[in-house]
Design a binder for this molecule. Sequence first.
Ligand SMILES: [Zn+2]
Length: 61
Amino acid sequence: MLPVTKKSKMRKRTRRSHLAVRPVHLIPCPQCSQSKLPHAACPNCGYVNAHTRIKVGTQES
Ligand SMILES: [Zn+2]
């Protein structure tokens, strides 16, 4: 199947103007100031908020 009408370079580039990959947004952890994703536990120290902290590292069980 072929396209019905040719899309111009400008139309193609205008459509793809929204397709750029945005960089990952990182914020510093308030506890250890390492970069972490917002609204996620810190992978370094496990800090979530003032009341919550999860276990991180190899010390499972
Ligand atoms: Zn942290």
